[in-house]
Design a protein around this ligand. Structure first.
Ligand code: IPD
Ligand code: CA
Ligand code: CA
Length: 265
């Protein structure tokens, strides 16, 4: 079984579990982690445990970098094979139920770059899958980024994250917010980034993401013809320790690098 088939099978199974838990979310056990807005539910823990168990059975020699349960230590070999898991990205949306903007994210990387990844969106039954060189798909349908070519008519997501990153977000992205045609915020990195692959959005920025937040979406965006880099346009190595992320439809990438450079770093 290829890594992509492994990812597809795991996400198909777990999306059923997460959808049922979301439907019955009033009964969930929810706690806070680093701050009041940084939520953890029993579902995050259960999804991660299931994925970790399956990876250990199928790929016992691979490293795992995952958000919960103390598994967020960078791998010893930064260029080795590593699986990246965010069991629920968009936990705030999952818990409070504003709209189904949360996803299960899993990717496998080597040399600091993801080469296969998947995002399940249990709230609306969507499954995004991509493999390096083989294209990106949503429920089997090939994806292609937008061809919007001016910032003034573009739609960008500024992911406002949690309060501790807000000042930095506003000072770095003020010019971008002023000049971009439309601004959105899903508050789920995987949804914001997959919206580039579906051509619903044209750019996405975040001052401080973890590699497990965007590894799967990175291969999905790139295979749909888009780009993901650091905020200054330099290439991403998942474990380079740099936090900012700019995603785009590719056409607008350099223009967004320039408008971000106008902000206060
Ligand atoms: C969060 C989401 C959000 C981003 C935060 C992340 P979580 O992930 O991706 O969009 O702004 O920085 O922590 O906590 O819901 O997995
Ligand atoms: Ca998470
Ligand atoms: Ca996340």
């Amino acid at each position: 079984m290829s890594e992509l088939d492994f990812i597809r099978t795991a996400l198909d199974d777990l999306a059923i579990f997460v959808r049922a838990k979301h439907a019955a979310r009033d009964g969930l056990v929810v706690s806070s982690k680093t701050e009041a807005n940084d939520l953890l539910t029993e579902v995050d823990v259960a999804v991660q445990a299931e994925l970790v168990g399956r990876i250990r059975d199928a790929y016992p020699n691979d490293a795992i970098f995952a958000e919960e349960s103390g598994m967020n230590e960078r791998p010893r070999d930064l260029n080795g094979r590593v699986w990246l898991i965010d069991p629920i990205d968009g936990t705030q949306n999952f818990v409070r139920g504003l709209f189904p903007a949360f996803g299960i994210s899993i990717a496998v990387a080597a040399n600091g770059r993801p080469f296969a990844g998947g995002v399940a969106v249990p709230g609306n039954g969507q499954l995004f899958l991509a493999e390096a060189g083989a294209g990106a798909f949503r429920n089997g349908e090939r994806l292609r980024v937008s061809n919007v070519d001016s910032i003034s008519s573009a739609r960008a997501e500024v992911d406002f994250s949690c309060p501790s990153d807000r000042t930095n977000t506003l000072s770095q992205f003020s010019p971008l917010i002023e000049k971009t045609g439309q601004i959105r915020c899903h508050c789920a990195a995987v949804i914001g980034l997959c919206s580039l692959a579906t051509a619903d959005m044209d750019a996405y920025v975040h001052v401080k993401l973890n590699a497990y937040d965007y590894a799967a979406a990175m291969v999905i965006v790139e295979e749909a013809g888009g780009r993901l880099t650091r905020l200054d346009g330099s290439p991403i190595h998942l474990f380079d320790g740099r936090p900012g992320v700019l995603g785009s439809n590719g056409i607008l990438h350099n223009a967004f690098v320039d408008v971000i450079a106008e902000g206060h770093q």
